[in-house]
Design a protein around this ligand. Structure first.
Ligand SMILES: N[C@@H](CCC[C@H](N)C(=O)O)C(=O)O
Length: 284
């Protein structure tokens, strides 16, 4: 038998989710790329594997891989999806689970939405990480195609947020890759362009590391709200409007970043035999 998967998304940022809590599954980068391929595979922005965790007080471990196969520390939209799955399974209204970047806490919010405490925003240059010491409020070393001095924030993964006057004018697909791979970011970076509409509303577009332009990025929305508060542009709680919909983000005075938004299940399926090597098949 091949592996069963669940296709889920958060505001159009979509995931193939595999439950490997009983039968371990660690596909190679090439295998993840094949599954994520929208023409020949299932198609997704991120590939999520739910694994067993022996850590106290957590329900599972969430492993996150980008469409390019690389493993990363955070994915806000998938965290809401996994939080919801684990709560549905247990019947609880709150759950904790582990990621490579730390333990996350998810809970039910209004209108079927899910809140995830995405943990602290890291703002030190070497936590982003940047290649050299710099003020993360304006990283002057970064300049490309007329866009410069982003705010750098680590939300378990690296983000560079450019605050601009007109986000719709940004040629994101043309310049995203060069910024992701800028020499200032030794681990590459997720790139956000954001326009503050009011003290409680931001419009944001994203180029994700390892995935390109996506409909939404939860950790990117968190980084954007942190960046806007740091620049004195928004209140502590604001709506971040992405191409795929809206997330409410609150950066608390004790440095927790709370993200609230919807989740969706698209369909359940099985990976075809070509996408799963013989060694990774599961018993019927
Ligand atoms: N879509 C995600 C972020 C996924 C990881 C990111 N591309 C990275 O490389 O760090 C989100 O919703 O946060």
């Amino acid at each position: 038998m091949t592996r069963e998967f669940l296709k889920m998304h958060g505001l159009g940022n979509d995931f193939v989710v595999i439950d490997a809590r009983h039968t371990p599954y660690q596909p190679s980068e090439a295998e993840v790329r094949a599954i994520a391929n929208r023409r020949t595979g299932v198609g997704c922005d991120q590939f999520i594997v739910l694994e067993k965790s022996d850590a106290p007080g957590v329900s599972a471990f969430m492993r996150i891989r980008n469409a390019d196969g690389g493993e990363v520390g955070a994915c806000g939209n998938a965290s809401r999806c996994i939080g919801w799955l684990l709560m549905e399974e247990s019947g609880a209204d709150a759950v904790s689970f582990q990621t490579a970047a730390g333990v996350l806490h998810a809970s039910r919010a209004d209108q079927g939405r899910i809140t995830v405490d995405m943990g602290p925003a890291r703002l030190e240059w070497d936590a982003i990480p940047l290649a050299a010491p710099a003020d993360t409020l304006r990283v002057d070393a970064v300049e490309h195609a007329g866009y410069s001095a982003p705010v750098a924030v680590n939300m378990g993964n690296p983000h560079a947020v450019f605050l601009v006057d007109d986000v719709s004018a940004v040629p994101l697909a043309d310049i995203g890759s060069a910024l992701e791979h800028h020499a200032a970011f030794p681990e590459r970076a997720n790139i956000e362009f954001a326009q503050v509409l009011s003290p409680t509303q931001i419009r944001m577009r994203v180029w994700e590391r390892g995935a390109g332009v996506t409909q939404a990025c939860g950790s990117g929305a968190c980084a954007t709200q942190v960046a806007a508060v740091r620049r004195g542009l928004t209140e502590r709680k604001a709506d971040v409007i992405l191409d795929g919909g809206t997330l409410t983000i609150e950066w608390t005075p004790d440095n927790r970043v709370l993200m609230t938004g919807p989740i969706a299940v698209s369909f359940r399926g099985r990976l075809s035999a070509e996408l799963v090597g013989p060694g990774d098949r599961v018993d019927a």
